[in-house]
Design a protein around this ligand. Sequence first.
Ligand code: ADP
Length: 192
Amino acid sequence: MRVFVISGPPGCGKTTQSDKLSKNFGLKHISTGILLRNEIKLGSKLGKLAENIISGGNFVSDEIACQLVKNVISANLFSAGFVFDGFPRTLSQCKEFDVILKGFNAEINCFFDISVPEHELIQRLTDRGSHSDRKDDSDIGIIKHRLDLYNSTAQDINDYYKFKGLYYELNGNRSIELVFRQIRSIIDYKLK
Ligand code: ADP
């Protein structure tokens, strides 16, 4: 079972690249953000709990995020592998993720960190907010709060994967195709 993580700040293109990676390599794409927004749409207990947290630009608890991930892996045990998008987002999620994966006899193969200058991220998120119903993209204060929250946890997470030799930084301020080409060449090199 292959496991890839696509990380980076809000607006860096995580979901776009995860989608391409999952389609090209026949992997299951797991975005905790999409899963949570689905729960909100469904009006489930979890969705009700998460709604205000997400629209305010905050993180749901590590427990909720990890449980979601565990459930999706369990439901897709016969998948060739997974692309995680927006998870893990805190150091404790990183540690718990290792335990979860171990339970499925799996481990992370590569951790990709897509970096994009902050002014470009703000531009992308405000553009997205103008034609989507995402409340967390519709307010510049909330966008900046999400960027600050990301910046407050990113260093620890990146160091965690650098130490394990799994960390790859990508310049996300390029075309979708160029970023993806780099992801593919790293995977080809790493898994050959
Ligand atoms: P973005 O990366 O643009 O913030 P996502 O769709 O990945 O968009 O996530 C949307 C929101 O969902 C986050 O701001 C956060 O509130 C919540 N969320 C997603 N993943 C996690 C996670 N691993 N831990 C805590 N909260 C999460």
